[in-house]
Design a protein around this ligand. Structure first.
Ligand code: IPM
Ligand code: MG
Length: 351
């Protein structure tokens, strides 16, 4: 196995270092090569996705990514900004299926801002389409109208095959879980998502054992807070999935707990925490590395096909939490507050 390690910006390098520590502790036959992306890519070669980084990612079996972005790049032209590097690598590698599991570890029930009885036992898989929608749709841009006023344009677009392939991923995952798929759209207003709903209904004929429901995105946002345990698999487009997965992360106690896998047709994948680069806490050794470590578990599960070691890593995380170790974002009275590095060590020790 060849893994491309792309730490990125902000807290990226420190959380990725913990995940690498965990991978090394497993003693697998894996080679890791590091390369810059995002602001780090821009600093290294004037491009948020340097050619050499893309080449390495394409030649590797999997990519482990930290996070990209820093306010100091906000004034750059859009195509030079860190986020563009991330969006481009997703598109170039055709990573259309983004899996974001929102799972509550029982030890963290009191770390959530919601009541423990609302979130305990929570286990949702958010399946977000990642290479289409308003993120990539043309036309886009900011231009001048005839009257001299500026206008900003983005376009929400989905074609049938894009919807069908992400739908398939969601239905296949549901078959291995509780056989429920909730498709989230805004079919009452947006035609692009009216088509989304039609295709999901057509596809569901191939999955008679799976119960398909539909929810408008505004209602879904509300239901996630009101009664999150009603969901098993949620499938939605790129922009709605971006928003709902951040929301769902707080059900698990902290966005620092939410891993992700972004997969192509052949389960080659990029693995990254769902959170951002948090430049305000970078370099302070206070970031939570667990989302990145749990992303390594997803890498073992989906790309390496090594379910045993995936579970070993997940159990080691549970074990470290059960021993009372907490980074600042999930700390509650009476638990043992540790830094990023010490949390990585606690997981390795538990392994
Ligand atoms: C995410 C992030 C990215 C996204 C940003 C950094 C471009 O928010 O992975 O959820 O919007 O997809
Ligand atoms: Mg996001």
């Amino acid at each position: 196995m060849k893994i491309a390690v792309l730490p990125g910006d902000g807290i990226g390098p420190e959380i990725v270092a913990q995940a690498v520590k965990v991978l090394n502790a497993l003693n697998l036959d894996i080679s890791m090569t590091e390369a810059p992306i995002g602001g780090a890519g821009y600093e290294a070669s004037g491009d948020p996705l340097p050619d050499a980084t893309l080449k390495l990612a394409k030649e590797s079996d999997a990519v482990l990514l930290g996070a990209v972005g820093d306010w100091k790049y906000d004034k750059l032209e859009r195509h030079l900004r860190p986020e563009r590097g991330l969006l481009r690598i997703r598109k170039e590698l055709n990573l259309f299926a983004n899996l974001r599991p929102a799972l509550l570890y029982p030890e963290l029930a009191s770390a959530s801002t919601l009541k423990p009885e609302v979130v305990s036992g929570l286990d949702i898989m958010i399946v977000r389409e990642l290479t289409g929608d308003i993120y990539f749709g043309q036309p886009r841009g900011i231009s001048k109208l005839e009257n001299g006023e500026r206008e900003g344009v983005n376009t929400m677009r989905y074609n049938e095959s894009e919807i069908r392939r992400i739908g398939r991923v969601a239905f296949d995952i549901a078959m291995k879980r509780n056989k429920k798929v909730c498709s989230v759209d805004k079919a009452n207003v947006l035609e692009a998502t009216e088509l989304w709903r039609q295709v999901m209904i057509e596809l569901s004929a191939e999955y008679p054992d799976v119960e398909l429901s539909h929810m408008y995105v505004d209602n879904a946002a509300m239901q996630l807070i009101r009664a999150p345990k009603q969901f098993d698999v949620m499938v939605t487009g790129n922009i709605f999935g971006d928003i709902l997965s951040d929301e769902a992360s707080m059900l698990t106690g902290s966005i620092g707990m939410l891993p992700s896998a972004s997969l192509d047709e052949n389960n080659k994948g990029m693995y990254e925490p769902s959170h951002g680069s948090a430049p305000d806490i970078a370099g302070k050794d206070i970031a939570n590395p667990l989302a990145t470590i749990l992303s390594v578990a997803m890498m073992l599960r989906y790309t390496v096909n090594d379910e045993a070691n995936a579970q070993r890593v997940e159990n080691a995380v549970k074990n470290a939490l059960a021993q009372g170790y907490r980074t600042a974002d999930i700390w509650t009275e009476g638990s043992n507050k540790v830094g990023c590095n010490a949390m990585g060590d606690a997981v390795v020790a538990a392994l």
